[in-house]
Design a protein around this ligand. Sequence first.
Ligand code: ADP
Ligand code: ZN
Length: 435
Amino acid sequence: MPKYFQPEIETASREQLLEIQNRKIVEQVRHVYDHVPYYRALMQQKGVTPEDIHGVEDIHLLPFLTKADLRDSYPYGLLGADLKDCVRIHSTSGTTGKRVVAFYTKEDVDLWEDCCARAIVAAGGSDEDVCQVCYGYGLFTGGFGLHGGAHKVGCLTLPMSSGNTARQIQFMMDLHSTILCCTPSYAAYIGESLAEQGIRPEDNCLKAGIFGAEPWTEEMRRSIEQSLGIHAYDIYGLTELGGPGVAFECEAQSGMHINEDHFYAEIIDPDTGEVLPEGEKGELVFTSLDKRAFPLLRYRTRDICMLKREQCPCGRTHIKMCKPMGRSDDMLIIRGVNVFPSQIEAVLLSEGYSPNYQIVVDRVNNTDTFDVNVELTAGQFSDKVSETQAREKALEAALRTMLGIGPKVHLVTPQTIARSEGKAVRVIDRRKLHD
Ligand code: ADP
Ligand code: ZN
């Protein structure tokens, strides 16, 4: 079984990688300057010319791009290639506002699919595998990205798209799927549905799952691994950079290797824009080194993350990013306290609750209210009110210890919180309606 999809590049020495990055950034900056007037103007405002960029050590001189720039330049303002050389358009899922469209040349699609193929091989995939892709197909990048990667690896590919869980399970069982690709919340739902049908983890042929497109905790990983009887691997990406496969997990399951030959990563202080030293937490910024149709330089992802370069037991040399804690705009400020939904998820799962929860924030008489609805599993359900109340109090205390602020917990009956087939909606912030 192959260990790497592109061994030479995935295990290249630090010096070789740097040499590739330096060569590519010089070409890319020249390409963008010549083809993208929007970015050329930003460079001119900052007084930077392509001649100033000799390698990645000069990247910090370049201006940032933000989601606002993408919206302002919608749809063609950041296009870096002739439309006749573009073969594909994808769009963000619009989780946090207006959609953004991204363009691809044939070569851009090719390198994106290579990145996804690397992820599949890192999860143990080969041409012996049946890869069930239940990320959405369409404008969303998840389906087509993993689909293209699975083809490159030579997997028997099942292009299921998302939804119709009964059919997902039937095909999974009948066609002996070995690798499952979807969002972690949908994987959890599939696990739950299998259990309801009395199908035990050892009854399916799955060995690995490649889950991403939304934040998920280590506790969630363990819960999915148990319910499906698999190893679960994280995959990260965003439409603006092509889609999934910007970074992926290997057998070490301790952070995702960034495909550094295609993407250069920096961590910055989100308030000052200053580049932070390796190992510090901040906003993740990416430069796409060789995508030509939508060549973003220093794109601010708003994802809060850390980078670490360490020797990995898998033999890959590419730098790793930790699981993103969520986006800077996912962070809730409740009565002045910063709260990430992922912190709440970690507490719920470690206290033995299901990953079916919803956080509701509102403002009543100028004070923030903070409620967490958590679904009981069938085994936890009790019709004794006093028992449920005692459980609620215990969970409130555990959450208060973690967050520094106490929510009101409501334990609700099984099957009352909507399941997600794509990205889960964990937060309902009604305060926005009053603003
Ligand atoms: P949208 O911004 O509309 O959700 P995308 O589908 O392109 O559009 O989503 C990209 C975003 O999804 C990333 O910026 C990040 O916030 C989130 N994301 C993707 N993969 C992961 C992952 N493995 N872990 C945490 N967050 C992720
Ligand atoms: Zn590794």
